[in-house]
Design a protein around this ligand. Structure first.
Ligand SMILES: Nc1ncnc2c1ncn2[C@@H]1O[C@H](COP(=O)(O)OP(=O)(O)OP(=O)(O)O)[C@@H](O)[C@H]1O
Ligand SMILES: [Mg+2]
Length: 309
């Protein structure tokens, strides 16, 4: 079972508009509601890959109850911690005339100290049944900067591999406790290092430093160029075939799902990377975030090239 953690989840609303013109009244052609947050993308993709998933995080109010029905509709088991405050909404206005999107992200109400502690207890209870754990996305207000570090430590103590996909201080503060895998993108590794690694050589060096620091697999996602991974098993570059992407938002989350499922199934590192790149690329071909067509995955799997460096 894959245990996914999304501390800052939301109900996401996608508004499809013929044209998005600021300062006017616009009619929404279609509304699509979904359970949002990076860990929910991981959950949906892993679940579609056939892996049993339990999703955790904070939910509150009527929006939280609605959120849980959206999660259940995806066949994902729920183990959310209920909090007092109403859950946030995030709105994405998609302009059909040009394919551009404008996003409005609510900050969300703060989580209280008591609620933060209650989550830790719930996490400890769910951990024994997990094969692999993923921690994804930003921390809500009220949650301490070292919260992920504590969760990573709990995973280590329970002997569970833990994948962390976060940015900024949430990521930086958890590195010292050595998550099993991290998957920054180019922006995230630049802010981690304080400068952007430009060449492939500099990228490999940056990943080697993270790996030497105790991260068993430091994977840098490179958009259309695939993924560079420095791991205990070796150094690899996984390259997808050239595609015409439809929506690349959440592709990194799909990649995390691929790594987590590959790990839960005991695949070799080469095959884990193949699955991660193929499912991420398949989700770039799909309009929906955290979605992919199984036939695209089957087509892409043999087309991913794995180079050992
Ligand atoms: N244009 C593309 N063509 C082919 N594959 C892509 C493309 N964009 C993304 N991918 C696949 O998705 C993976 C992750 O993409 P990316 O590096 O953009 O992640 P990210 O920035 O973390 O995304 P997010 O945080 O929105 O989920 C890539 O390594 C690649 O396998
Ligand atoms: Mg990402």
């Amino acid at each position: 079972m894959l245990l996914t953690v999304t501390l800052n989840a939301s109900v996401d609303k996608l508004y499809l508009l013929d044209r998005n013109t600021l300062g006017t009244v616009m009619r929404v052609r279609e509304v699509r509601n979904s359970a949002g947050g990076k860990g929910l993308n991981v959950s949906r993709v892993a679940s579609r890959l056939g892996e049993p998933v339990t999703a955790m995080g904070f939910v509150g109010g009527h929006t939280g109850r609605y959120f849980e029905t959206l999660v259940a509709d995806c066949g994902i088991h729920r183990a959310f911690t209920r909090i007092q405050a109403e859950m946030r909404n995030c709105v994405n206005c998609w302009d059909l005339s040009c394919g551009q999107s404008t996003e409005y992200l609510e900050t969300g109400a703060p989580v209280t100290q008591e609620e933060a502690e209650r989550f830790m207890e719930d996490f400890a209870m769910n951990l024994p049944a997990a094969d692999v754990v993923t921690l994804s996305g930003s921390l809500p207000r009220g949650i301490a900067d070292d919260y992920y570090a504590t969760l990573v430590r709990m995973c280590h103590n329970a002997g569970k591999p833990v994948l962390l996909d976060a940015s900024g201080t949430a990521l930086a503060n958890a590195l010292s406790v050595k998550p099993t895998l991290i998957k920054p993108n180019l922006d995230e590794i630049a802010s981690l290092l304080g400068c952007a690694p430009q060449t492939r050589r500099e990228q490999v060096d940056a990943l080697r430093t993270l790996h030497r620091g105790g991260v068993a697999c430091a994977a840098l996602s490179l958009g259309a160029e695939g993924v560079l991974a420095v791991c205990d098993e070796g150094e690899f570059l996984g390259v997808p075939p050239l595609i015409k992407p439809q929506n690349t938002v959440g592709c990194g989350d799909s990649m995390v799902a691929g790594f987590a499922v590959g790990m839960a199934r005991g695949l070799s590192m080469r095959e884990r990377i193949r699955l991660a790149v193929a499912v991420a690329t398949a989700s770039a071909l799909s309009i929906g975030t955290g979605e992919y067509a199984p036939e695209d995955l089957q087509t892409l799997l043999p087309m991913v090239q794995i180079h050992q460096l």
